[in-house]
Structure formats: C-alpha cells, structure tokens
Design a protein around this ligand. Structure first.
Ligand code: CDV
Length: 315
C-alpha cells in the first residue's frame, strides 16, 4: 500500500481567441507550470486542444484546419520552451493538442510527459462528439467528427512519477467504459482536459446541466474505479462562444477536493494521498473478488441498445 503523497495540479485556461498566437498561449502554459511546480506539483494537467481556440466550432475545409490548428510534430518549435521548462523544474505534464501524423492523419490527442520532459504516453480521443456535416442554422458547429479520426490506440495507462496514470479527453469522461478499462490496468489516477460549450446545439438542454453532468461524471467514475481524477477546462468566452469552467480534482471517495473559481487561467492543487484508493480497491470495488464479467458480454457485443436477451424462468 503506497503511503506517498502526489502533488497534482490542474491548470485551467481561460479563452484562447482565434487570433492568439501559439507563442502567447505557450507563455500562459509556462506561467501556470511555474506556479504548479512552486506549489509542489509532480504533474500539471492542461486542457484539451490547449494550443488553439476550440476550432471544431467553425466550418472550414480539412486543409484549412490542418494548416492553422494542427501540430505536425511534438515537441514543436512553439512548444519546445514548455518542454525545456518542465525539464528544468522536474515536473511532468499532460497536454492536449490537434495531432497531424507523418502520414497526414488527424487525431484529437493528449500526451503524458514525465519529469525528464520525455513523452511517455499518447492518447488519441475515442469518443468524438458532434457531427461532420455543416449545420448553418446552429449558432456554432461541433465538427470533431469532421476534423478528427476516432482514436486507434485504445485507453492506455503509464507507470510514471511513482504511480500509474491513465489519460482521456473531454467527452470520454461521460462514458464509464473509459475509466473501467483504465482501472482494469491498475490506473491510480486519470487526467483529462476538456472544452465543453455552455450551450447544446442539438437540443434545448438547460445550461446548468452542463456543469452538473461534468462533475457527476468525474465523481461517479472516480468512486467506482477508486481513482484520483484531475480535469482541466478551457473555458470562458472564446470570441463570444462560452465554455464551462469547473476544473476539478476528485478523490477516490468521489468527493471534489479542489475546484476552480474563475473562468480564467487558474491553477488548483491537491497533495493527493495515494493510499486513499486502496481502501476502495480492497473492499467495495475489489474487482478480482466481485466483478462478474460473464454477465457483461453485451457491453462489447453491442454498440446501440437492442432487443432484451431471451431468458428462461425458474418457476
Ligand atoms: N470537446 C468535447 O468533447 N466536448 C463535449 C461536448 C460537446 C458534449 C463534452 O463532452 O464536453
């Protein structure tokens, strides 16, 4: 049982506007990285697509999007200073960005970088929300299905910084399978970034539900998988398009132990007791003892809901 403390920082970002440069954005990340390290963090979590505005809200060609918003390499010239700073501070980080592969494929990607500034883990977003067609009647678009392919590398976890860390991105947090697959690989902590528009373009969802469901998803998945979860928003109004804040650190008890107060750049920090999850893992969520996978087959056999299974009766 690990008795160690793990300093976890979540670096929320306020808006990044269309015309903001990569350099000015990276400077903001660096300032928050310094603060996180000063507060004792081993790891700082940045948002999804942390280098640009949330561009899937705009209709444009794939070529235009690639030229303006995608990174063909990581580190890139613009992000190298962030890696250099991480190395000098001895701090790890999670960063979300739009990845263009060597073969010209496009993914909504995050990386885990260790305290030696080495990329140790890469995740390509699997649960892509939104649509691929143009919806001119909508106040904004959500074109993740147009600009990105579904991630092709599964849900991984990585031994780093003295623990085992999984990563996912934004919409993934709403799906219990995301966290269960990582906790079955002994994840102790899962980190993620998000861009959650305050308005739903598909139906008149009451705005307050956006924050409620965000926190509900983090809390339920932390508890049911005995995980520490750190979630970093990009938030506020990007060129008038508002996104929720609510960056949070959630304990394996399911309790929120830190939450952002603003919709600006803001660092939150918790010295995490890494033994806390052991209590849940050894008792109520002792997977080896209590899980019944022989009854979970439909989860991988079916995608959408279908007919009830035909069952016999015992009468
Ligand atoms: N970037 C996202 O994945 N956003 C989704 C919205 C569209 C529902 C989210 O889950 O927050």
């Amino acid at each position: 049982m690990s008795k160690e403390r793990f300093g976890l920082a979540v670096a929320q970002m306020g808006p990044i506007h269309l015309n903001d440069s990569r350099e000015s954005t990276v400077a903001r990340l660096m300032e928050m990285m310094r603060e996180a390290a000063g507060r004792g963090a081993k790891l700082v979590v940045f948002p999804e697509l942390a280098l640009t505005t949330f561009f899937p809200r705009y209709w444009m060609s794939e070529e235009d999007a690639e030229a303006r918003f995608f990174e063909p390499s990581m580190p890139s010239p613009a992000t190298q200073p962030l890696f250099d700073l991480a190395l000098s501070l001895g701090i790890g980080f999670y960063l979300g960005y739009a990845e263009r592969t060597e073969n010209g494929r496009h993914f909504n990607t995050s990386i885990l970088v260790d305290e030696h500034a080495k990329i140790v883990g890469r995740y390509r977003k699997i649960h892509l929300p939104g649509h691929s067609d143009h919806k001119p009647e909508a106040p904004f678009q959500h074109l993740e299905k147009k600009f990105f392919e579904v991630g092709n590398e599964g849900f991984g976890v990585w031994p780093m910084l003295g623990t085992t860390i999984g990563q996912c991105i934004c919409n993934d947090r709403r799906w219990p399978e995301t966290f269960r697959v990582m906790s079955l690989q002994s994840a102790q902590m899962v980190v993620l970034g998000y861009n959650t528009p305050s308005w739903n373009i598909h139906w008149k969802e009451p705005a307050h539900l956006r924050m409620f469901h965000h926190l509900l998803s983090l809390q339920a998945n932390a508890y049911q998988n005995a995980l520490w979860i750190g979630a970093a928003a990009k938030c506020g109004a990007e060129d008038g398009f508002h996104m929720i804040g609510g960056s949070a650190i959630v304990a394996p008890s399911g309790e929120i132990v830190a939450q952002s107060q603003s919709e600006e750049d803001e660092v939150i920090f918790v010295s995490c007791d890494m033994a806390l999850g052991d209590n849940f893992r050894q008792h109520i969520f002792n997977f080896a003892k209590h899980r019944r996978p022989e009854h979970y087959g439909l989860i991988t056999e079916r995608t959408g809901a279908g007919e009830p299974l035909v069952r016999g009766t015992t009468s």
